[in-house]
Design a protein around this ligand. Structure first.
Ligand code: 26A
Length: 348
């Protein structure tokens, strides 16, 4: 790889510690959870964290969707390529997150709130499904002031691409818009993840405000369907939805928007603004017995894909890098990557 400057990719979202355990139907029912979903915790959910720790042998694993993506991109890219922003506490959970990021070589710049605990996400694994229930804690206090702090803003100006997890629409849309506008102004790619169905359903307005700035939009099939439903697209066809996303009005006309929709083991769909033909990229399946859990598979895909974009790879290769990293991650416990590091080798 050619010489490059440091911290070319800047990511923003919610750092969380995952409290993950293998569960069952009864546990899902007890907390009124769907088998495969991501939600914000309501009061009725708050006992789940202790329950998982005390009764289900839960493991503490670094999480937070875009933080997983940032670790993933850094896993592939040369040292000092990725920096991640978000809000955390000053506690044991934050220390675990910092350790995991350090191992991956990811630089983190948290807005530290000494009074509020680090956010946590209860993850219940049943088969190949994962149900996530998040209490954002300090992550909910990320603010524009942190982003605009001169040392942090210098990182923003230095970066060559931005990745924002859509979960951040629940926290600080003004920070997202600041990055989005900076990207358009400086003709840098702005990459957004749709994150979860509830974002398109319940955070439609801030999501739509950011839409003209998306150079890449990444989601899975359930997020695409939720988007189609909340925006009255009148279709459940993933290819049609990808096309609609790609062709939304765009602020920076120097880049054609690309919409990427993953579908588990089904092919990854890619639509490009102004192009009628939708591309399909089959997934290289791994034997079912090699799958540990799918928590973080989508984040890993986004990490590999972003690494490709930042590294100037072709769209085809960027998708392949995403699929490669997702494949590695689902063989680990939670949203993790294997160490010692494996090296991506180009298919082209
Ligand atoms: C605001 N919410 C609900 C969230 C999340 C989240 N990351 C940020 N914000 N809910 C779950 N996650 C993370 O998603 C990863 C898997 O894709 C979990 O922490 C998990 O690591």
């Amino acid at each position: 790889m050619a010489a490059h400057k440091d911290y070319r990719l800047l990511c923003l979202e919610n750092p969380l510690l995952d409290i993950q355990a293998f569960g069952n139907e009864d546990l899902l029912k007890k907390y009124d959870l769907k088998a495969n979903d991501a939600i914000l915790a309501e009061p009725k959910h708050l006992d789940i964290y202790e329950d998982l720790l005390n009764n289900y042998d839960a493991k503490l694993i670094a999480g937070g969707a875009a933080q997983n993506t940032a670790r993933g991109a850094q896993y592939i890219l040369p040292d000092n390529s990725v920096v991640y922003l978000g809000g955390a506490g000053d506690d044991k959970y934050a220390a675990i997150l910092r350790d995991a990021c350090k191992q991956a070589g990811l630089r983190v710049e948290y807005r530290v709130d000494p009074k509020i605990p680090t956010g946590r996400c209860g993850v219940v694994i049943t088969g190949h499904n994962r149900s996530m229930c998040t209490e954002l804690g300090a992550a909910n206090h990320y603010d524009l002031e942190h982003l605009k702090r001169p040392d942090i803003w210098a990182l923003v100006e230095n970066a060559e691409a931005y990745y924002v997890g859509g979960y951040h629409f629940t926290v600080c849309p003004p920070a997202i818009m600041e990055l989005a506008k900076q990207a358009a102004e400086k003709n840098k790619p702005f990459i957004l993840s749709l994150s979860a169905p509830f974002i398109a359903q319940f955070f439609k307005d801030p999501l739509d405000e950011s839409a003209p700035y998306w150079d890449y939009v990444i989601g899975n099939e359930t997020e695409a369907e939720a988007y189609a439903e909340s925006h009255g697209l009148g279709t459940k066809d993933v290819k049609e939805i990808a096309k609609a996303l790609a062709n939304l009005p765009k602020a920076n006309s120097q880049r054609k928007r690309v919409a990427v929709i993953t579908q588990g083991t089904e092919p990854t769909i890619v639509a490009i603004q102004g192009e009628d033909q939708v591309k399909e990229f089959p997934v290289h399946e791994i034997p079912k017995e090699k799958i540990n859990d799918t928590n973080g598979a989508g984040d890993a895909f986004a990490g590999g894909f972003c690494a490709g974009v930042v590294d100037g790879r072709s769209l085809e290769e960027s998708v392949d890098m995403g699929q490669w990293l997702a494949r590695l991650s689902i063989q680990e416990l939670g949203p993790s990557y294997p160490f010692p590091k494996q090296t991506y080798t180009s298919r082209q």
